[in-house]
Design a binder for this molecule. Sequence first.
Ligand SMILES: [Zn+2]
Length: 164
Amino acid sequence: MKDIEIKVQLREYESEQEMNSEDLSLLLKAREALSYSYSPYSNFKVGAAALLRNGEIILGSNQENASFPAGICAERSAIYNAAHQFKGIPLIKMAITVFTDDFEVSSPIAPCGVCRQVLLETELQQDQEIEIILQGSKGKIYTLSSARSLLPIYFFEKGLKKTN
Ligand SMILES: [Zn+2]
C-alpha cells in the first residue's frame, strides 16, 4: 500500500493586464462567444474560444434545451465545431468565460466533468497538450498547461479494451 500525491499546477493572474497578448485576445474571443449562448433556463451564458495550431479561432457557447440533457456546453460546442471545420488540426489553447445578469461571477469558471473528459480525449488523440484559460465575468484568471491538469485520473480508450 502506498499513498500517491498528484500535483496540479495553475497560474493565477490578478487581472487581464498581466496576461500575454495571445492569451488575452483568446479570452476576449471567448467573451465574444457569450453573445451566441442560448441559455433561457439557467440565464448563465458560457463562452469558449479554441485556438488551433493553424491560427484559426473557433467559438463555442452553451446551448440549452427544454429537454435539459439535450443541451451542450460551450467547451464541447467549440471542440466539435473545430473538429468539423478543421479535422486533424490540433487544438492548442482554449479560453472559457461566463456571464449572467443574476450575479457577478468574480472567480474563474471551470469546465464540467463531461467537458474535461472531452478536452482530455482531444488532447490524447492529437498528442498535443491543450492550454486552458479560465475567467469568470471579471477578476482573476487561471491558466493551466494541459487538459490533464483538470482531470489527472481519467477514463480513456485503452480502458475500453481487455489488456491481458
Ligand atoms: Zn461542460
